[in-house]
Design a protein around this ligand. Structure first.
Ligand code: AHM
Ligand code: MG
Length: 341
């Protein structure tokens, strides 16, 4: 009988040999392992968000077949009609986030009040602001919609409260969105660039498909609801008149889809404050801040016209602001119209 050579019983192996897929969970874990202070809490929280997105992605696909299209007959606190899918998405994210044990406070577009986790023992160190299903007007016609989220940390050693919410977007530690479109993609930043992960429905995992997304310094697309032009202030009106002769117009009417295209192709997206919506339409905590964070992390800029969007401080949880965001030079050109004014 041949003697066993103990030395050759082991093959040294490292990750990355053979077929390899970078799942979102694995990527987040790698960030956690690389950081001396990380505790794993953010990894768990992001797993809860992934679950919510997978659930909503699946229901959005089936909506027409299982009676999920249309209105609930209710209006939310902001006076907008609530769709059935809005309610379902909100419930799923709320429950998944609370069950993670990693949040203390939640702010949702669909809920009038901020929600504080009642049992102090089940509270975690994060705050999540989210729009469970953005682009409601597009739900029933099958156009891309999405979930947007921003993540803040509770301020150290203090009881959680309003002061944790009424602060600038510079306090965010992570942000992202999930787009339910012709493919389902999660875009995420934890403060070190922006990465995109596409949902493979066959295995139920988000797989990295768009590493290190970087905006070109200038694009060729402008994206704004021109039907509102007559209400715009002079700088925004003059800017749109200046770009419309040289750029292509693209406007989906779902912020997630318009921002996604802007991140991938460059250009500029805006929903300015106007004489009809004096504070703009988009909500600061769960629409403007997360998107401004992603755009800055990808090398672009986000502004109200006169100040950086991330420097805003909301006065209340559903406060709104006008915003322009996208390629750096395009946004600076828009800002130059405000400076001249
Ligand atoms: P919603 O949160 O009620 O869906 O509203 C926000 C949406 C954004 O996705 C989009 O950018 C904007 O409203 C479109 O508004 P409009 O239809 O006025 O152009
Ligand atoms: Mg919204």
């Amino acid at each position: 009988m041949a003697e066993i050579d103990n030395k050759n019983l082991f093959t040294k192996i490292n990750v990355g040999s053979g077929t390899d897929l970078m799942t979102m969970t694995r990527w987040v874990l790698a960030q956690q392992q690389a950081s001396a202070e990380a505790t794993g809490d953010l990894t768990i929280l992001l797993t809860a968000i992934q679950f919510g997105c997978k659930y909503v992605a699946s229901k959005v696909k089936q909506a027409g077949l299982i009676n999920l299209l249309g209105l609930t007959g209710e209006a939310n606190v902001q006076g907008e009609d609530v769709k059935k899918l809005d309610v379902l998405a909100n419930d799923i994210f709320r429950n998944s986030l609370i069950a993670s044990g990693k949040v203390s406070l939640l702010v949702s577009e669909e809920d009038e009040h901020a929600m504080v986790v009642e049992n102090p023992e089940q509270r975690g160190k994060y705050i999540v602001t989210f729009d469970p299903l953005d682009g409601s007007s597009n739900i029933d016609c099958g156009v891309s919609i999405g979930t947007i989220f921003g993540i803040f940390r509770v301020q150290d050693g203090e009881e959680v409260g309003m002061k944790d919410l009424i602060r600038s977007g510079r306090n965010m530690v992570a942000a992202g969105y999930c787009m339910y479109g012709s493919y389902c993609e999660m875009i995420l930043s934890v403060g070190s660039g922006v990465n995109g992960f596409t949902l493979d429905p066959a295995i139920g995992e988000f797989i990295m498909t768009h590493p290190n997304i970087t905006l070109p310094p200038r694009g060729k697309i402008y994206s704004v609801n021109e039907g509102n032009m007559k209400y715009f202030d002079e700088p925004s009106k003059n800017y749109v008149n200046a770009v419309k002769n040289k750029y292509s117009a693209r406007y989906v009417g779902s912020m997630v889809a318009d921002v996604h295209r802007t991140l991938l192709y460059g250009g500029i997206f805006g929903y300015p404050a106007d004489s009809k919506s004096k504070r703009g339409k988009l909500r600061i905590l769960y629409e403007v801040f997360p998107m401004a964070y992603l755009i800055e992390q990808a090398g672009g800029k986000a502004t109200t016209g006169t100040q950086s969007a991330l420097d805003l401080v909301p006065e209340h949880i559903h406060d709104r602001s006008g915003v322009w965001l996208g390629s750096k030079e395009d946004v600076e050109e828009l800002e130059s119209f405000y400076k001249q004014a």
